[in-house]
Design a protein around this ligand. Sequence first.
Ligand code: DLL
Length: 436
Amino acid sequence: MTIRHPEIECMPRKELTRLQDERLIAQVKRMYERVPCFRARMDEKGLKPEDVHGVGDLKKLPFSYKSDLRDWYPYGLFAEPMENVVRVHASSGTTGKRIVVGYTANDLDMWADCVARMLTGIGVTSQDFVQISFGYGLFTGGFGVHAGAEKIGATVIPMSSGNTALQIQTMIDFGATVLCCTPSYAMYLAEEVARLGVKDKLHLRIGVFGAEPWSEDMRRCIEAGLGIRAYDIYGLSEVLGPGVAVECAAQSGMHIHEDNFIPEIIDPETEEVLPLGAVGELVFTSLTKEAFPIIRYRTRDICSLIAEPCSCGRTHLRMRKPSGRSDDMMIIRGVNVFPSQIEEVLLKIKDGAITPNYQIVLDRVNHTDTFDINVEMSEDFFTDDVRSIEKMERRIVEALRETLGIGAKVHLVNPKSIIRSEGKAKRVIDNRAGKM
Ligand code: DLL
């Protein structure tokens, strides 16, 4: 596969570190001068920009948090005057106010380049038709991937999300060869393609999926359902949008564009930096962003970095798929549970009786957490036979207990009865707030 910028993507570690040193020193100085929140945090620690000589000093620097974006809403953390900001995006956040991020023309160019590197690396060319079914608008997904696809000269089909029948018709009629959307929507599209019996009318060969956690099993389901190779793309609005880290053809971890972003893994409780390979919370520092630079941003995403070199020849560190977020982690009867663990259990039950469409409902009754999981039966298994249903439910309960160490109530529900998402799936309904 082609590498877009071998001189950067395959840069020897020593040179890469030198580049990061230079960029970090400049970024800290610039932010200290221009971003009051950052200056105050540095002052609190008794640090001056001159104390930073390179990435070795990163661990001295203050962290930044999602709450900073709310406290300085909307533009208080920007490092450029608004006349230089050519675009803003926003992310809903799980609670309260939206967070707003901004980009200069150079930022947009760097962003497009990050996505273009990925597309090139997985074999997308100017011959391809790229259907972008991420939402366009304040969400970074649609516009972010769009610019990267245009940069490599592909023909972009800017569908945005929604209207599944039209999505499939467009894929067929316009000859889409690449599909970009959330993995849960790709699963749904695959399901609909099978129901309509139109798989052989598709021209798809590659999928680019991200914006939410998904498992290796889910990858295989999507690949089989749509007849494609599916690749993972990671990112977050606060750091850039899609393209902070991207998979290459090796499909074994996402390369972080280390010329633009430095990753660290920390213990989310103690904030201590963990050694390469350890599982913890991912933290990012942006090196080249102008409008909205960020230092040591706590992503809340739980994952680990891969130290071994990649077979593709790129030298930039890879991150493993995030297993969840330190803040969407559910604590059920004292046990930490990630939705992705439940998904994995469901996907492992491979006899075709159930689908990976599920919803978790948490509540509290008599001071005890209740833990219910609705799981959709497949059309083939769909039955009124109470005994078979109960048998399957027991099997899932057992499998869950083995993985999670706690009991859940599993309810098999009718095919297609769980609402499908066109963007990020809402897997958890937590009704416990305020109930002791
Ligand atoms: O979801 C940006 C994006 C758009 C990424 C399209 C990939 C494709 P936010 O809405 O700010 O930005 O949400 C960021 O989504 O912190 C992760 O928790 C999660 N996330 C994003 N990509 C992945 C992925 C976009 N590939 C938050 N795997 C992040 C797992 C992901 N989680």
